[in-house]
Design a protein. Structure first.
Length: 168
């Protein structure tokens, strides 16, 4: 990747960055597709996207992780100085998104109708979303290790401290 002043294109990124960004972008798209499904004989069926309840927060975390990872890959010099590494931040956001998607899954509504228990269950869109989120986590961890950043509790190569203000 040459530094000619222009932003690199997606094809110029490393394969791990491409997979991280692609999995996040596809995962975000799948938040709008049937996450959960319910079918009640004689009453019909219904689906729900991930954009209900805590799933909305999870979708935004997934988007934030993807954007941070994309900026870290395409324009690392534009990232502000942070107390943690940028790759650690992207990985952390992706992990939090996964946790909140799981919470969304286990708190899907259900109830009893005419003596039978019915409830929403995870649908194909939800399974694909969780798989894409796991792929993003795996490649985020790989990118974090390759960048030399360490997790906050490991010490070591955290993000450098911000420069001291100029003396007056």
């Amino acid at each position: 990747m040459s530094n000619t002043g222009s932003m690199p294109n997606f094809g110029g990124l490393g394969r791990d960055d491409q997979v991280f960004i692609g999995a996040g972008a596809l995962g975000f798209i799948f938040t709008f597709i049937a996450f959960a499904h319910i079918k009640i004989a004689g009453f019909g069926s219904d689906t729900a996207s991930a954009w209900h309840g805590i799933g909305s927060f999870a979708a935004l975390l997934l988007l934030a992780a993807t954007v941070v990872g994309a900026v870290a890959a395409m324009s690392p010099s534009s990232m502000p100085n942070l107390p943690i590494g940028v790759r650690v931040l992207a990985l952390g956001l992706s992990v939090l998104a996964f946790v909140f998607f799981i919470i969304r899954w286990v708190t899907l509504p259900g109830g009893d109708v005419l003596g039978h228990h019915y409830g929403y269950s995870l649908y194909w869109g939800g399974y694909i979303l969780l798989i894409l989120n796991l792929v993003q986590i795996g490649f985020g961890f790989k990118l974090m290790r390759a960048s030399g950043e360490s997790l906050p509790w490991e010490g070591g190569n955290a993000a450098p401290p911000p420069p001291a203000p100029p003396a007056a």
